[in-house]
Every structure is written in C-alpha cells, then in structure tokens.
Design a binder for this molecule. Sequence first.
Ligand code: ADP
Ligand code: ADP
Length: 237
Amino acid sequence: MLEVTRVSKIYAAGDKALDDVSFSIPAGQVVGLIGPSGAGKSTLIRCINRLVEPTSGSISLGGTVITGMSSRELRSVRRRIGMIFQEYALVERLSVMENVLSGRLGYVSFWRSFLRRYPKADVQKAFALLDRVGLMQHAGKRADALSGGQRQRVGIARALEQDPELLLIDEPTASLDPKTSRQIMRLLLEICNEQHLPAIINIHDVVLAKQFTERLIGLKAGAIVFDGTPAELTDTV
Ligand code: ADP
Ligand code: ADP
C-alpha cells in the first residue's frame, strides 16, 4: 500500500532530518509515529505528501512511485492522500458543510459556495460523513462557531470526502483536552478500521499512541529505533 524505501532527507542547512528510513504499511493499518521533537516525524509526513522532496530513496503509494514526480503529477497524488492537521486548517467563515465539500474540490470556489452549486452526490456523501463524525446537526454552522473537538471532526470528514487511499494525520490532538483527544483518536481508529483505510498519525503522546494505534514506528535523530505493536514498546524508546 505505502512503501517507504531507504529515504533520507538532508536540508540545505546540513541537518540530516531522515537517515535511511524504510517501512511499509499494508491496507487498513493505523500507525502511530512517535519520537522526541526534532526526530524527523514532520519531515517524514511531508516527504510522503510530497511537500518535501527526499534527498534519496523512494516512496510508492498503491504501486505508483511518487518521489521525483513533476509538480503537475503531484497534484493528483495529493488528492489520493487525506491530510488532517493539528490546527484543523478549516475555512472559518464557511459552513461546516462547505468545509467538508472542499475536501473533494481541493479548494473552495467563491462562486460555487455563493451559488450553492455542488454536485448532489458530493453533498450526499458529505452529509453521510458528517453523520458519521457526529456533526449532522451542525452542518449549516460556520466553522468558527465550533469547539476544538468539533473542528477536528470536520477536518476528519473533509479528509474522507476525497476518498483517500491513505490518511496522514499530524498531531491531531495537540490542541485538545485529554478527554476530547481520546474521543478523536477512538473515532479515527474506528473509521480507519471500517473503511480499511491505512493511516500514519504523528503523535507525541505515547500513551494515546499505544491505546489507539495498531503499530508504532519510533524515530530518533532521523532513524527508525522501534517498529512494532504497542504492547512491544518498552521504556527504551
Ligand atoms: P519532528 O517533527 O520529529 O519534531 P522535524 O521533521 O520537524 O522533526 O525535524 C527534523 C530535523 O530537521 C530537525 O533537526 C529540524 O531542525 C530539521 N528541519 C525540519 N524542517 C527543516 C527545514 N525546513 N529546514 C531545515 N531544517 C529543518
Ligand atoms: P512541529 O512542532 O510541528 O514539529 P517544528 O518546530 O518542527 O514544528 O517546525 C515548524 C516549521 O519550521 C516547519 O515548517 C519546519 O519545516 C520548519 N523548521 C523546523 N526546523 C527548522 C530549521 N532548523 N530550519 C528551518 N526551518 C525549520
């Protein structure tokens, strides 16, 4: 499904942010990416969604090598990867519904939102997703009227609206209280299991990672120092 092969990243400044990283993720597996600050977690996520070009190595998604692609080819690759962010990245002045629809459109067109002309199938799908994340009754509200946990639910629905093959999730609970964090992690795990959707979750909270992911990959100074089940993780990482 996702295959990362001997990926290294050296930034211009000379920092080796990733050092010969290899792993693969089968369909449906939910992976927690853990490690101290500066370990290379964000760099790895950015290499997979191709915001960063690896210095060496290759990455393939569903059998397609996505490293070394032109920026034009990259647009279609990014549509196959659903992103979920720490700060949600919603369009605050738009409705919850329109934020979810923007996952499929790639952007929110002013005229489309003004005229409310969205394909019916997309709208039906967005309603079904909002129902799944428990926000049906909030579909018409502006995003800025929601709580943090609700915003993250919108972020999840938006990522799913584009029918991704893979979810990349960057610190989804860093702005949330502990109880809401657990609810969001449980929801992510349940949805990935239902849809047989693989996910990589960059999460510095090891307790949450152990409870709500199926496999942990530990990075330290750009290298993989642990790759196993949560139960196998000892205090050495
Ligand atoms: P993490 O997400 O685990 O905190 P990062 O991937 O952000 O780690 O950083 C890994 C290393 O790469 C760090 O040493 C960091 O300073 C460096 N780094 C990250 N982004 C850049 C960048 N854009 N330019 C130069 N160095 C960077
Ligand atoms: P996070 O806590 O989300 O990992 P970081 O502090 O690692 O955030 O990075 C914030 C931003 O700064 C990112 O865009 C990252 O690429 C960039 N960055 C991190 N370290 C460096 C660095 N040493 N030089 C330049 N940019 C960096």
